[in-house]
Design a protein around this ligand. Structure first.
Ligand SMILES: [Cu+2]
Length: 129
């Protein structure tokens, strides 16, 4: 009686686990963002910005229109974020985010954290062409 119950319960658990696996697999394929080492990232342009007090190591970033861009922020000194308001991109702490550069033009990127005296100097351009 007891054994039967255990077998039934573990069979049920297995079924649930399999179902969960199946659906989570689909989810991650649809989002594709949660996986940092995505094998299909050949189409993604990686841009790394390093922030110090008070500038970014790049003043100008060029990307192709329609390009998926993986923007990574590193803080080598101080606490900074980065945002591109026109493209609705924002990172308030070091890390990565992906976005599609879906409109042409020159847009400002800037530090998104009030980091100190030089905060307003922490600007650059992203050129989508
Ligand atoms: Cu700042």
């Amino acid at each position: 009686m007891n054994k039967k119950f255990v077998i039934a319960a573990s069979t049920l658990l297995l079924a649930v686990a399999l179902a969960a696996c199946g659906s989570s697999g689909k989810d991650s394929a649809a989002q594709g963002e949660g996986a940092p080492a995505n094998a299909s990232s050949g189409d993604v342009q990686a841009v790394t910005l390093k922030a110090t007090n008070f500038e970014f190591d790049q003043k100008e970033i060029r990307v192709k229109k329609g390009q998926t861009v993986k923007l990574t922020l590193e803080n080598s000194q101080g606490m900074h974020g980065v945002e591109i308001p026109d493209l609705k991109v924002k990172l308030d702490s070091p890390g990565s985010t992906e976005f599609v550069a879906d409109k042409e033009g020159t847009f400002e990127f800037k530090c998104s954290i009030m980091c100190g005296a030089g905060h307003n100097d922490m600007v650059g351009k992203i050129i989508v062409e």
